[in-house]
Write a protein that binds this ligand. Structure first.
Ligand SMILES: C[S@@+](CC[C@H](N)C(=O)[O-])C[C@H]1O[C@@H](n2cnc3c(N)ncnc32)[C@H](O)[C@@H]1O
Length: 305
């Protein structure tokens, strides 16, 4: 529920047959604007289709509309002191550990990396965007160290305190890991193919469709093999479950962030559409690995170093 795949697919067919999807773009600014416009056009078209279907489809569409929000999470509030932001991402880190999410993410990313870089002997580089507390980057680097895999990990975020704290932990644990201050949708010009894999977890909904398309397009320029985006699955169950789970941490603003996030999770078709606009191709998959949506965009730019 809340995925509205049947109505969404019909809406997308209408946009394709009109020739308006996927829109062409020349610059990142144009990509951002056109993606935002196209996703809102898609949602309007889907609403019209759902109205035609009536019944359960229309009810679900109305519920989806009531739930949708563009509110900003407390942790992204520019006025919130960084120490309080750190408390929020550390609460998320505890929750991720309780739900045993990191081993799942690590297994998924390492098996993808193994599959797409078979036979390559060189060191593989992973860049994590919006890494928050750095829990995933740390788990990846710990696994690489434990299995003696030739992998280096760079975590990144827009909050300086997270970078400081991440680098402190990486140094203390002597891991093949460093953290850099980066704005996920305005990356510096890393040389082409600087990273083998770019990943962003539990943060896709922190970005507008246009920002997310920019992130994917930048990744296509700077990453050799793939971009992976992991986030919560848009559903009624998570709209109730995420804030409930978050409330167990006893931090009201964290519980509120849980609710805001679940209201903002992208549906699979929205992710599909955003990736197609960003790449102009259909070389990506969107899958459900409950309670997660996983977007994998392949670039296949392998070359010996
Ligand atoms: C929900 S947290 C996820 C953190 C981490 N990935 C995790 O799963 O624990 C969202 C993160 O996105 C970061 N963020 C928001 N806007 C950003 C931007 N423009 N560039 C980089 N990071 C950003 C926030 O600082 C925060 O750490």
């Amino acid at each position: 529920m809340l995925q509205l795949k049947k109505a969404g697919n019909q809406a997308l067919d209408i946009l394709r047959s009109e020739g308006s999807f996927p829109p062409a773009w020349q610059s990142m600014e144009e990509l951002e604007t056109k993606t935002n416009n196209m996703v809102s056009r898609f949602l309007d078209e889907r609403f019209k289709v759902s109205k035609k279907f009536g019944g359960g489809s229309l009810l679900t569409e109305l519920l989806d509309r009531v739930l949708r929000t563009s509110d900003t999470e407390c942790m992204d509030d520019t006025k919130l002191p960084e120490t309080e932001k750190l408390e929020l991402v550390q609460a998320l880190d505890r929750q991720n550990h309780q739900m045993q999410l990191y081993p799942r993410y690590v297994a998924l990313l390492l098996s993808l990396l193994e599959e797409i870089t078979t036979g390559e002997q060189r060191k593989l580089r992973i860049l994590e965007l919006a890494s928050g507390s750095g829990g995933l980057a740390l788990a990846l680097a710990e696994e690489a160290q434990r299995k003696q895999l030739p992998i280096s990990v760079t975590g990144s975020d827009i909050v300086p305190k997270f970078i400081e704290e991440g680098n402190r932990q990486a140094e203390e644990k002597k891991l093949p890991l460093n953290f850099q201050l980066l704005n996920a949708f305005n990356l510096p010009e890393f040389p082409e193919g600087s990273f083998d894999l770019m990943v962003i977890s539990q943060s896709l909904h922190h970005f507008t469709p246009g920002q997310l398309a920019t992130i994917i397009a930048q990744s296509a320029q700077q990453t050799k093999t793939a971009f992976v985006g992991i986030d919560g699955y848009r559903s009624i169950l998570l709209a109730g479950g995420v804030p409930l789970m978050a409330s167990l941490q006893g931090i009201p603003s964290f519980a509120l962030d849980g609710l805001t996030s679940a209201r903002k999770f992208y549906s699979e078709l929205e992710l599909d559409l955003i990736a197609e606009i960003a790449t102009g191709k259909r070389e990506h998959t969107v899958s459900c690995n409950w309670p997660l949506s996983i977007l994998t965009v392949r670039f296949d730019r392998r070359s010996p170093d």
